[in-house]
Design a protein around this ligand. Structure first.
Ligand SMILES: C[S@@+](CC[C@H](N)C(=O)[O-])C[C@H]1O[C@@H](n2cnc3c(N)ncnc32)[C@H](O)[C@@H]1O
Length: 313
C-alpha cells in the first residue's frame, strides 16, 4: 500500500477574512466551501441518502451502467486527480475500470479526506494514493508537483461545478486544463435543468437534513470564530431561480438581531438574508460552451434521468 497525505492548512485567517468580508457585504454571503467542517461532511453524506435528493444516486447509476463506454472513451491513463473528493467513494468505479497507477485526491476537509483516502489505499494495494488537504480554489497549482508524469484524468463529479457562476466555472475549468496537461482529460458530472418543483424538493428534504447542513455553518462560525449566532433565529430557505438557472440557498433572519463574529458586530434586519450557496443547473449544450471557453473539447457525453456526465479532452 502506498499512501501519502499532505496538508495545506486552510489558514484560519482565510476563514476569518472571508467571513468578515461576506458579512460586511450587501447582500451578506459566505462562500460554500466553508460548509465542510467534519459535521458538514457527515451532513452532506446524509443529504445524498435523502429520497428527494436524486443527484448522487442518479450519477452513481449512470456511471455504473455506462462504465464500459466511459472507460473506452477515456482510454489508458496513469493518474486520476479528483478535486473535492470527500468520501472518495465515487472514484472506485473508475479505479476498477481504468486501473491507473496513481490517484490524487484533494479536499478542503483534510482530516476526513485523509481517513477516506487511506481506506482506499488499503482496498487497492497496487494503487499509489496521494491525499492533499487543500482549498483548491486557492492552492490548485500547488498540487502540480505532487502529480506523477503521464496521462491524467481530472474527475469532478457531484455537480460541484454548479457552485460556481458560469464565468468563475470557466476560470476553474481552465485551471483544471493546465493541471491535466496537453493530453489530459476531464470527466465531469453535473445536474441538468428540469422540473423546478423537483429541484425545489431536492434542497428542501422533508427530514430537514439540507436545513441542518445550511445551519451548521452558523455553528461552525460560533466554534471557530467565537461568534454568537442563534441558529433558531435563522431559517434555511432554498428555491430554484429559473431566470438565473440555479438553486439559491439562504439563511434568512427571523428577527432584527445583532451578531458578534470574531470581535465585530453585524446587524441583521428582520427578513435579511445571508446567502450561502448557488447550485447552477445546466443544459448539456450550455455546459459545453462553459467548458469550451476554458479550452476543453467535448469528446463524449452521457445522460440519465436529469443528470449528465461529459468527457472532455
Ligand atoms: C458536494 S461535496 C461532493 C463530494 C464528492 N465529490 C461527491 O461527488 O459526492 C463537495 C466536496 O468538495 C469539497 N470542497 C468544497 N470546496 C472546496 C475547495 N474550495 N477546495 C477543496 N475542497 C472543496 C468539500 O469539502 C466536499 O467534500
Amino acid at each position: 500500500m502506498a499512501f501519502t497525505f499532505r496538508d495545506f492548512p486552510v489558514a484560519a485567517d482565510d476563514l476569518r477574512s472571508d467571513v468578515l468580508a461576506g458579512l460586511a457585504a450587501c447582500p451578506k454571503s459566505i462562500p460554500p466551501k466553508y460548509f465542510y467542517d467534519e459535521a458538514g461532511c457527515r451532513l452532506f453524506e446524509a443529504i445524498c441518502a435523502q429520497p428527494e435528493y436524486a443527484l448522487c444516486r442518479t450519477e452513481r447509476a449512470l456511471m455504473a451502467s455506462r462504465l464500459p463506454d466511459i472507460a473506452a472513451a477515456v482510454g489508458p491513463l496513469d493518474c486520476i486527480v479528483e478535486p473535492g473528493a470527500g468520501e472518495c467513494s465515487k472514484v472506485r468505479l473508475l479505479l476498477d475500470a481504468l486501473q491507473p497507477a496513481h490517484l490524487v485526491v484533494l479536499d478542503i476537509a483534510g482530516a476526513p479526506l485523509a481517513a477516506a483516502a487511506q481506506a482506499l489505499a488499503h482496498a487497492y494495494p497496487q494503487l499509489a494514493v496521494t491525499a492533499l488537504g487543500m482549498d483548491f480554489i486557492r492552492d490548485l497549482e500547488a498540487a502540480a508537483p505532487c502529480l506523477p508524469p503521464g496521462r491524467r484524468l481530472i474527475y469532478y463529479p457531484g455537480s460541484s461545478i454548479g457552485n460556481f457562476a458560469p464565468d468563475t466555472a470557466t476560470a476553474l475549468l481552465a485551471r483544471f486544463r493546465r493541471l491535466a496537461g496537453a493530453d489530459g482529460r476531464l470527466l465531469i458530472g453535473f445536474d441538468l435543468k428540469k422540473d423546478p418543483l423537483l429541484l425545489h424538493a431536492a434542497y428542501n428534504d422533508a427530514a430537514g437534513i439540507t436545513a441542518a447542513f445550511n445551519l451548521n455553518l452558523l455553528e461552525r462560525l460560533n466554534r471557530e470564530l467565537d461568534a454568537d449566532f442563534d441558529p433558531t433565529r435563522f431559517r434555511h430557505y432554498a428555491f430554484y431561480n429559473p431566470v438565473a438557472g440555479r438553486i439559491e440557498m439562504h439563511l434568512v433572519s427571523l428577527a432584527a438581531q445583532t451578531v458578534s463574529v470574531a470581535g465585530r458586530r453585524f446587524h441583521f434586519a428582520l427578513g435579511e438574508t445571508l446567502h450561502t450557496e448557488h447550485s447552477y443547473k445546466f443544459r448539456r449544450d450550455e455546459f459545453s460552451t462553459i467548458a469550451g471557453n476554458a479550452g476543453w473539447k467535448l469528446v463524449d457525453d452521457w445522460e440519465q434521468q436529469g443528470f449528465a456526465v461529459q468527457l472532455y479532452g
